[in-house]
Design a protein around this ligand. Structure first.
Ligand code: AMP
Length: 214
């Protein structure tokens, strides 16, 4: 039976990196609601403006709008088999909506928790910078560019910091995770669908652990 692999973890735990690796190396399509909202907010519509404001505050977009974009995306033909969700569901309502969707699509849900201590999450998020030209991601603590604030491959280009990676917004995002998303771990554990992996260490190490539980 095809699966919906749900990666759950606090912002900064590395879900996105792992989801992208699964797509690149195993051809499992990855769907990131955060990426979809980031694309959406660049449009020039009242809804886009609203999305932009909510995202910048570190809070969550409404369950119904989120479900709508997930439904739409997962109705495309490339999603016929197993796929990975990165950043969805994030609330109890979203988890219920996903049960419906999984039933309709005839897939089973496998939830995987990517666990990382809070001080590490803070560093990963507040230290994150990216090149607006090539998308390369740096971290001022763990992977600094050669010249402070500038891309190695594009030395003329100043690195960007996501508006929601500023410390006070990071705090809101982590609180939101604790309050609304962490309870989902219990929900999936109770139905025997949760496995946990340790998110500390190198990307490749975490990827092997992920392989082992899939
Ligand atoms: P992320 O890149 O996953 O950290 O998501 C960035 C932002 O997009 C979040 O802080 C939310 O504002 C929004 N977002 C992403 N996924 C969801 C979701 N499942 N439910 C509600 N809002 C979301």
């Amino acid at each position: 039976m095809s699966k919906i692999i749900v990666l759950i973890g606090a912002p900064g735990a590395g879900k996105g990196t792992q989801a992208r690796l699964l797509q690149e190396r195993r051809g499992i399509p990855q769907i990131s609601t955060g990426d979809m909202f980031r694309e959406m907010k660049t449009l020039d519509t009242p809804l886009a403006l609203e999305v932009q404001e909510i995202m910048a505050s570190g809070k969550l977009i409404s369950d119904d709008l989120t479900y709508k974009i997930v439904r739409e995306r997962t109705s495309k033909p490339d999603i016929a088999g197993t796929y990975v969700l990165d950043g969805y569901p994030r609330t109890a309502v979203q988890a219920e909506q996903l049960e419906e969707l999984a039933k309709e699509q005839g897939k089973e849900i496998q939830a995987i928790e990517v666990d990382l201590p809070k001080d590490e999450l803070m560093k990963r998020l507040t230290g994150r910078r990216s090149c607006p030209v090539c998308g390369e991601i740096y971290n001022i603590y763990s992977k600094p560019p050669k010249v402070d604030g500038f891309c190695d491959a594009h030395p003329e280009v100043k690195l960007d910091q996501r508006a929601d990676d500023i410390e006070d917004k990071v705090r809101v995002r982590l609180e939101t995770y604790e309050e609304l998303t962490r309870p989902l771990l219990d929900y999936y554990a109770k139905s025997g669908r949760l496995t946990k992996i340790d998110g500390t260490g190198e990307v490749e190490e975490i990827y092997s652990k992920l392989q082992a539980v899939l």
